[in-house]
Design a binder for this molecule. Structure first.
Ligand code: PGA
Length: 240
């Protein structure tokens, strides 16, 4: 897997944003998926800035959500929907039909999975996906042990993910399940960017690179496809 090491977080985000911009320049109606979470926040900022400066035009681009906490919606600070809209979609002034995103408040999660799967059948495969790495190696909510044959699915969240989740929320939340694109869909993307930043991700980044591909550490599975690259800053690369 090709590895890009940037000196710091801002430069890491610029490098990842440049990758997304190149994709949209080649294919203006590309299907793009960028994770929620803390890691891509600087990428959102860089992409919004690039659109403002006329360096990219997202007016024909389609955006797909990666995952969501089941039971949380846009009004819940720290939900994926809240984060991605607040930092990205609202600032790009997209049309509603440019976005397909999991509804975490759905009363029928299976139907919600089918809805998103149908959207991907129609608009996919994903042209460019930007993923973070969880502390347990999850990508999206594909937790350790997950099947590689999954498309959209509901999943019980790993204890590590539940523990880490408190950092996103302003009030205590009991998040037990997530809804996520599956590895089958993710690994079929034409361009896969896995990004990580900071000292706290150094151990899982080293495992991602050095551990044989295994469902026990989902991030290692990206090594099984040629079109994946790892983008890290120096701190996240410090154990490589
Ligand atoms: P983070 O989450 O970007 O907030 O560290 C990464 C992930 O869980 O995928």
């Amino acid at each position: 897997m090709k590895t890009h090491i940037s000196p710091d977080y801002p430069q890491l985000c610029q490098a990842v944003a440049q990758n997304v911009i190149a994709c949209v320049k080649t294919k203006p109606d590309a299907l793009i998926c960028i994770a929620g979470g803390d890691t891509p926040l600087g990428v959102f900022t860089a992409l919004v800035e690039a659109q403002k400066q006329g360096r990219v035009d997202f007016s024909r681009t389609q955006f797909l959500g990666l995952d969501e906490w089941l039971g949380l919606g846009k009004a819940d600070k720290g939900s994926c929907r809240e984060m991605v809209w607040h930092h990205f979609f609202d600032k790009l002034t997209l049309r509603e039909e440019q976005i397909c995103f999991f509804d975490g408040l759905t009363h029928n999660p299976q139907a919600e999975c089918q809805r998103v799967d149908r959207y991907i059948e129609l608009h996919g495969p994903i042209d460019c996906i930007v993923l973070g790495i969880g502390m347990n190696g999850h990508i999206g909510f594909n937790e350790p042990g997950v099947s590689v044959d999954n498309t959209c699915h509901v999943i019980d969240l790993d204890a590590v993910t539940q523990a880490v989740s408190v950092k996103y929320f302003d009030t205590p939340r009991e998040v037990k399940q997530g809804i996520s694109l599956g590895l089958k869909t993710i690994l079929a993307a034409k361009n896969i960017v896995v990004m990580a930043s900071g000292e706290k991700k150094a151990a899982i980044v080293a495992q991602t690179v050095n551990h044989p591909a295994s469902r026990d550490i989902p991030s290692t599975l990206v090594k099984t496809v040629a079109q994946a690259s790892l983008y890290v800053d120096k701190a996240a690369a410090s154990k490589l």
